[in-house]
Design a protein around this ligand. Structure first.
Ligand SMILES: [Zn+2]
Length: 312
């Protein structure tokens, strides 16, 4: 029998919830939550999150059942619909690699057809597998975006999508020209990020495929430089990442780095994973994980404030 529903962290008893609630206390106000029967205010915004879907019309290899991504994502999309999410972000590797450009394009078109018809706005973070045979230009054309890194505002929050699919020498990934352990955010993108964070007045959430909280091979080579930019802005609450399929979490310099679990890992609905992230007005977030995805009930951050010093 398969259980459809949130992981046990979401099914905690009222007593356990009150314990979590105590962690969420801020002055006299309790942060909002969404448990049934609780009369609580709504979050600013709700996000649906998935990562490492690795869709491909090819036979399973090891624990990766590529074709099952369609049914796994259908379940996630159904939940996002129920939860009335405002936007959905996939954190990279939406497809797996094919030997030919045409096959890879066909797989991408197939999964984008499902991904883009769900509720809310849709955003794609570039992962190494997204541009195995394809170029970035070909990928972006199919997903309907102009840039591989950009920012946008929604619900009083600022969101940044980063692209770490660059070799150390600055060459963008594409046409099998890269080693996946050589992930970098080049100087021009780092400069753009610093300026973009300088301009916004909003609390910010960052999305990136490879990790900014660990060293290579799973981490971005110049992650320490990028973390300094994020920290100096004083505006970033959390960084959402993929790539490392087992998932993970760390807090560095007051910023939460959450690596979501890869949807591709394992067969059947019980091995699915996806999440809903709620963003609250007093600079806090809650991530509710479904199936194998862990929950993070309380991610608190510093209030948005301008950078006190320029960052180099
Ligand atoms: Zn992956």
């Amino acid at each position: 029998m398969t259980r459809r529903g949130p992981n046990p962290a979401r099914r905690t008893s009222r007593r356990a919830f009150l314990r979590d609630g105590a962690i969420l206390l801020t002055g006299a106000a309790v942060l909002p939550g969404r448990l049934a029967g609780e009369n609580l205010p709504k979050p600013d915004l709700r996000l649906g999150l998935v990562t490492d879907m690795h869709y491909a019309d090819k036979d399973a290899r090891s624990k990766r059942h590529y074709r099952q991504t369609l049914t796994k994502f259908a379940e996630a999309a159904g939940q996002f619909e129920k939860e009335k999410v405002d936007l959905v972000v996939e954190l990279g590797d939406i497809i797996d690699g094919a030997d030919s450009v045409e096959t890879e394009k066909a797989w991408l078109r197939r999964i984008v057809k499902d991904f883009s018809t769900g509720p809310g706005q849709h955003h794609y973070v570039l992962g190494n597998h997204c541009v195995y045979s394809l170029t970035k230009g070909e990928f972006l054309e199919i997903v309907g975006r102009k840039e591989s890194f950009y920012s946008f505002d929604a619900g009083g929050w600022h969101f940044v999508i980063l692209d770490a699919c660059f070799r150390e020498d600055g060459e963008p990934y594409g046409r099998k020209n890269y080693d996946w352990t050589d992930a970098n955010i080049p100087p021009a993108e780092a400069k753009w990020l610093r300026e973009d964070l300088g301009k916004t007045a909003h609390k910010t959430v960052v999305f990136v495929h490879q990790r900014l909280d660990v060293d290579p091979p799973m981490g971005i080579k110049n992650a320490p430089q990028i973390r300094r930019i994020l920290e100096a802005s004083g505006k970033v609450l959390a960084v959402l990442q993929g790539h490392h399929h087992q998932g993970g979490y760390s807090e560095i310099g007051g910023i939460h780095y959450c690596t979501l679990r890869g949807m591709i890992e394992g067969s059947g609905p019980d091995n699915n994973s996806y999440a809903v992230m709620d963003l609250f007005p007093d600079v806090a977030a809650r991530i509710t994980g479904w199936r194998k995805q862990k929950s993070y009930p309380s991610l608190r951050g510093q209030a948005a404030k301008p950078a006190s010093q320029p960052v180099r």
